[in-house]
Each structure stands twice: as structure tokens, then as C-alpha cells.
Design a protein around this ligand. Structure first.
Ligand code: CO
Length: 179
């Protein structure tokens, strides 16, 4: 299929809780491949399956955005789990499903991520921090139907959504990190 359209807020699929993947079927492999292509085309740092309209527990991300990352290539994660989380970090986040909206959100600064890599092998617990930890938490939220706006204060959320919903389609500012 190649590049798939990215679903934008307020599409209902963004509020769906994604299901566990039960096997590496050709459909799941095709989804992973397409999501990697779609993320690259959108110049995103991460992308969850709900964002291409598929409520399965799959996300892709690009660890190359962070210098010294333990991972060196864009990768897909299936049935991800956060085993540990610690510290607090504030990050100006953007979301590929909310063009041209950034919000400063508090997340855990360090996480240990488990799940299956796109080749079906268990990750075995990878430590990530900073931008990559933020990205993974953002994607895991997507898989639970949670959006970054939900982490902002009620007032900030209202103002940002009013502005977002009242204007026409916008492009992303590619200089910023979108997940
Ligand atoms: Co997002």
C-alpha cells in the first residue's frame, strides 16, 4: 500500500483503545512497512497505528533524532509495554494528527520499553530517555485512545482545541518534533 493517509483529530479512531496483535500476519507486516514509510514522508518522529486508522497495538518511531540513542534505525514496535518509568521532563510536543499545534507536556524522563520488534523478536527492555522517552509515551497513549491534549490543563486544552477546530487545514512545521 505504501504511504497511508494520517487521520486527523477529531476522527473517532483516535479515541479507540487499540487491540493486541496476535500474530505477525502479512497484514501486520504490511502495516509496519507502510507506517514506517508514512512516518518518513510526514517527517515525524513517531506514529501510532490508530493514526492511520488501524486500532492495533503497533507504533513506529525514529531513534535517529536523538544523538547517542541505543537504537540506530527507524523501527516498529508491536504490543509495546513500558516496564519502568522515572523522573519528569517537560517537552513541547506536536502530534501528526493535530497539524500546527504544540503543547508543553510533562512526561517521565526515562523509561524501559519492552515489546516485539518488527522482526518478531522481543526487545528485552530498552532504556530510553529525553525525546525518545517522550515519543514512546505519546505513542503508547495513542494506543489507549489518549491524546496529548488530555495532559494539558482544562483551560489550555480548551483554548488550543478552539483555535485548532476553528481554522482550516494547516501544514506541520517540520522543524518541530511531531509524533
Ligand atoms: Co500523536
Amino acid at each position: 500500500m505504501g504511504i497511508r493517509p494520517i487521520v486527523k483529530y477529531p476522527s473517532p479512531v483516535l479515541r479507540e483503545k487499540a487491540r493486541e496483535v496476535e500474530g505477525f500476519t502479512p497484514e501486520v507486516q504490511g502495516l509496519l512497512k507502510d507506517m514506517l514509510e508514512t512516518m518518513e514522508a510526514a517527517k515525524g518522529v513517531g506514529l501510532a497505528a490508530n493514526q492511520v486508522g488501524v486500532p492495533l497495538r503497533v507504533f513506529v518511531f525514529d531513534p535517529r533524532v536523538q544523538e547517542g540513542s541505543p537504537l540506530k534505525a527507524p523501527m516498529g514496535i508491536v504490543n509495546p509495554k513500558i516496564l519502568e518509568a522515572s523522573g519528569t521532563i517537560l517537552w513541547e510536543e506536536g502530534c501528526l494528527s493535530f497539524p500546527d499545534m504544540e503543547l508543553k507536556i510533562a512526561r517521565s524522563e526515562r523509561i524501559v520499553l519492552d515489546g516485539l520488534a518488527q522482526d518478531g523478536q522481543p526487545l528485552g527492555g530498552i532504556e530510553l530517555d529525553g525525546l525518545l522517552a517522550v515519543c514512546v509515551q505519546h505513542e503508547m497513549d495513542h494506543l489507549d485512545g489518549v491524546l496529548f491534549i488530555d495532559h494539558a490543563s482544562k483551560l489550555k486544552k480548551e483554548i488550543a482545541l478552539k483555535r485548532y477546530l476553528s481554522r482550516g487545514p494547516k501544514e506541520h512545521d517540520h522543524a518541530k518534533a511531531h509524533f
